[in-house]
Design a protein around this ligand. Structure first.
Ligand code: SAH
Length: 387
């Protein structure tokens, strides 16, 4: 195996167990080094490959090569640490089986959806390991009947790709007994963001009871459905994308809730604020979960620049006697502290009283690398606001 020399910063990462490398971490870095496996002087195994964050990963210290047995070993460890999930599949049949660097191998995630897996390749190197990885998956998770891939790296021609077997989509997964429709063979997303499981659980298990819930950036309405199952008086879902209407209806129907009893708007969230204010609509619970970056026509949205405005506008349509704001972001480049500052600055501007009641982050199947803060990207503040 080829040897690679790390710079001082790279050697520091190696020592501290920080797995993600950037160009500066490699001595005499050049692009021709990419998409290869290396060993360092310090004895670590790493691969280089371009990814939106960084150019390579130091892999689990117990590995000496990347043959099939190494992947089998990695997947067995990942499986063992999720034994409680396998025991409760009757209630929750979709969860993350393998979470990249958190499970010792950055650039690869594997999600289970009933008997199907969704594999996300975040760089070309992991994609080139496809055959070995698929064999190892079939060995360690023999109950898996179909696999689909999402090619999340530069230069790929196909985005979504069937890998083996055949799923029958749309199909319903269960999460804490609630049904959600998924499709692994279409577009970038599956229909549900598995990392928000704990937030849906909170809504379902009391938070939304007898409340009117506004779900902004609602996508397939998962937060609305969890709220409705949890006894919400009424839910309102708002998303710009046309597909959100039929997908949200389908998710209500999957739980025997007549979608006509709920509000679903295909609309820009900022337009909805104007509409709600004009109609004097107010809500007890508002869920704010925008994408970390979005473009609508000429307007761009980033968390750092626009989240404060979302909070301020939400306060205007929160119930006068007090309401709850669920402020969520998955922006990895924004720390929890910075996000909290943005929210608090917006609330102070509105001159309201508030109290952070709860903070939620990734569920345990989204294992994070101990020494890499960015891998713990999800941040959700539950805030009580009195206007
Ligand atoms: N909260 C959702 C996931 C949101 S994904 C869930 O937990 O399932 C982000 C969604 O924001 C996408 O569906 C996208 O269509 C929508 N979106 C982006 N910009 C928007 C805007 N300006 N107004 C309304 N929806 C928007």
């Amino acid at each position: 195996m080829k040897e690679l020399k790390l710079s001082n910063s790279g050697r520091r990462k190696e020592r501290l167990g920080i797995p993600l490398l950037t160009k500066e971490d490699v001595l005499h870095y050049k692009d021709t080094l990419l998409d290869e496996l290396y060993r360092t002087e310090g004895g670590s195994l790493l691969y280089l490959s371009k990814q939106n964050k960084g150019i390579g990963w130091i892999v689990d210290g117990t590995l000496t090569d990347l043959e099939i047995d190494s992947y089998i070993h990695l997947f067995k460890m990942a499986k063992a640490s999720r034994s409680s999930f396998f025991e409760t599949m009757a209630e929750t049949s979709a969860f993350r089986l393998f979470n990249g660097e958190g499970d010792g191998f950055g650039g690869l995630t594997i999600d289970l959806y009933n008997q199907n897996v969704l594999i996300q390749w975040y760089n070309k190197f992991t994609y080139l390991q496809k055959e070995k990885i698929l064999k190892a998956i079939r060995e360690v998770f023999p109950f898996v009947q179909a696999a689909y891939g999402k090619n999340r790296f530069e230069g790929t021609e196909t985005l979504s790709e069937p890998l083996f077997g055949e799923g029958h989509f749309p199909e319903c997964i269960k999460e804490n007994g609630v049904s959600y429709e998924i499709n692994l063979d279409e577009g970038w997303m599956s229909g549900i963001f598995l990392d928000q499981r704990m937030v849906r659980q909170k809504l379902m298990q009391g938070l939304a009871r007898k409340k009117s819930v506004l779900n902004l950036f609602s996508y397939t309405g998962a937060f609305s459905v969890a709220s409705a199952v949890g006894g919400a008086e009424i839910t309102t879902s708002v998303d710009l994308a046309k597909r959100s209407l039929s997908l949200t209806r389908a998710n209500f129907m999957a739980n025997d809730i007549a979608f006509e009893t709920q509000n679903i708007y295909v609309m820009d969230v900022f337009r909805y604020f104007d509409y709600a204010k004009k109609q004097k609509l107010t809500y007890d619970v508002i869920v704010l979960d925008p994408p970390s970056f979005a473009r609508n026509g000429k307007k761009t949205f980033t968390v750092a620049k626009n989240y404060g405005e979302l909070v301020q506008q939400s306060v205007d349509i929160l119930n006068q006697e007090g309401g709850t704001l669920l402020a969520s972001t998955n922006a990895a480049n924004l720390s929890k502290e910075k996000f909290q500052e943005i929210i608090e600055a917006a609330l102070l501007k509105k001159q309201v009283q508030f109290k952070i009641k709860h903070f939620e982050s990734l569920p345990t199947d989204f294992k994070t690398a101990r020494n890499m803060k960015e891998s713990n990207y999800l941040k959700v503040f539950f805030i009580e606001v009195i206007r």
